[in-house]
Design a protein around this ligand. Structure first.
Ligand code: ARG
Length: 464
């Protein structure tokens, strides 16, 4: 039997391999709630415009609601022969209410239908991701506040650079997450236009009211060009781009956690419940969740890459290539959501090993810059000269096998006679972080103020 939805001009039914490559219902069944929502809005609009009878629209709406119930209850039978979620639902509607079901597809095509479903789905997904990212920010802020004074080594090139506070490090990720949320919000703004009523590609000869369906579905208004509306997947690409950037942020933090929990560092402890053991080495406690956050970033970037490649050669308007947009996007966004949840749990429950962080912060001549700055301030040396003097002192300390404050005043004066014992005041790591009071710097007071700034911003966000 040829396809009952489009088989009129076909003499034979699709080959098994055609059915297999063509079917999308296996994955686009996720769109069921959005598809039903869109169809209800469309049916009501058709009735209001006098395109179909009100009684038919009532039956269609009631029939769609019944199908929604079947899908929720798990009793709906999805059929691959019916290709996709759109035709599965319509075919079931036909079984349930008969002839009026065939009127639903007036002035509509699966091309505008799928674009509408996907936008509705993306909107919900972006909202959910935003809620999750906010929770991550809250977890980071709690740690930032609690560790405004906890000194750790700050790194460049993963080499000890200058002491920073752990709170400051947490706040760096609050900033990144804020930008991620901004990117998602921006993508959401642009995606919120309704393609419904663009039909296959050219619009329709029926006197439809696109404003009405747009409003019913919570869109800001209808799209302005039917060709663009059915062939546009920018809203997926933008969301996936934002997702990829968010994922690499999580991956960087995950990488830091992996480093921080190694016995060599031992900066933080993850709870047993968020780690795993080894089946052979009894002593092991592995940061698998962090490693998987790091690895799943590949899926997110991969999803974006997939869709960029799918779209890059498509002439206007719709091509079936575009059916390949969904699995990549679902996989990427599911992975991101899981990663945010896992990272939030790890941040919230990690314990900081303050003593080890401190000890590491004092090593590696981390206050060398403070010494150079002191030479500038106290002795009036040009910074370049101060840098050179400090470098010589570092070499001296290294040869002696001590830190900078392990050099005697006499040893320092061999390099620069004007040095006084006041210098020891800047060689300590606490003084070092306390002195970094420039806006955005790591000083504990700054960290507390910045944590308060973000806490207030999040509260304000809830109110507005
Ligand atoms: N399942 C299709 C997709 O995901 C729906 C649109 C089909 N349109 C068409 N002209 N065959 O893209």
């Amino acid at each position: 039997m040829s396809n009952k939805m489009w088989g009129g001009r076909f003499g034979e039914s699709p080959d098994a391999i055609m059915e297999e490559i063509n079917a999308s219902v296996g994955f686009d069944k996720r769109f069921a709630p959005q598809d039903i929502r869109g169809s209800k809005a469309h049916a009501r609009m058709l009735a209001k415009q006098g395109i179909i009878a009100s009684a038919d629209a009532d039956q269609i709406v009631a029939g769609l609601e019944a199908i929604e119930g079947e899908i929720e209850a798990g009793s709906f039978e999805f059929s691959r022969a019916l290709e996709d979620i759109h035709m599965n639902i319509e075919a079931r509607l036909k079984e349930n209410i008969g002839e009026p079901a065939g009127r639903l597809h007036t002035a509509r095509s699966r091309n505008d239908q799928v674009a509408t479903d996907f936008k509705l789905y993306m909107r919900d997904t972006v909202d959910h991701l935003d809620t999750q990212l906010r929770a991550l920010q809250e977890a980071l802020l709690a740690k930032a506040d609690a560790h405004a004074e906890t000194v750790m080594p700050g790194f460049t090139h993963l080499q000890t650079a200058q002491p920073v506070t752990f709170g400051h490090h947490c706040l760096a990720y609050v900033e990144m997450t804020a930008r991620d949320r901004g990117r998602f919000a921006d993508a959401r703004k642009r995606l919120n236009e309704s393609p419904l009523g663009s039909a296959a590609l050219a619009g329709t000869s029926f006197l439809i009211d696109r404003q009405m369906t747009a409003e019913a579905l919570g869109f800001d208004g209808p799209t302005r060009n039917s060709l663009d509306a059915v062939s546009d997947r920018d809203f997926v690409l933008e969301t996936l781009s934002a997702a990829a950037i968010a994922a690499i942020h999580l991956s960087r933090l995950a990488e830091e956690l992996v480093i921080w929990v190694t016995p060599g560092f031992n900066f933080v402890r993850l709870p047993d419940s968020l780690t795993t053991g080894s089946s052979i080495m009894p002593q092991k406690k592995n940061p698998d969740a962090a490693e998987l956050v790091r690895a799943k970033t590949g899926r997110v970037i991969g999803g974006l890459t997939t869709l960029l490649v799918v779209m890059k050669g498509l002439p206007l308007a719709y091509s079936k290539d575009m059916q390949e947009d969904k699995e990549a996007a679902f996989d990427a966004l599911d992975a991101l959501s899981l990663c945010i949840a896992a990272m939030t749990a790890m941040v919230a429950r990690l314990e900081v090993n303050e003593a080890n962080m401190r000890e590491a912060a004092a090593k590696g001549f981390s206050t060398a810059t403070d010494l150079a700055d002191w030479l500038v301030r106290a002795l009036g040396l040009p910074f370049r000269d101060a840098h050179h003097v400090t470098g010589t002192l570092v070499a001296k300390a290294e040869a002696k096998g001590c830190d900078l404050d392990g050099l005697t005043l006499a040893e320092m004066q061999e390099v620069e006679p004007r040095i006084t014992d006041e210098v020891y005041g800047v060689l300590g790591i606490d003084n070092s972080v306390k002195s970094r009071t420039s806006f955005g710097g790591t000083a504990p007071d700054n960290v507390r103020a910045m944590a308060a700034y973000w806490q207030k911003a999040l509260i304000q966000e809830t109110k507005s």
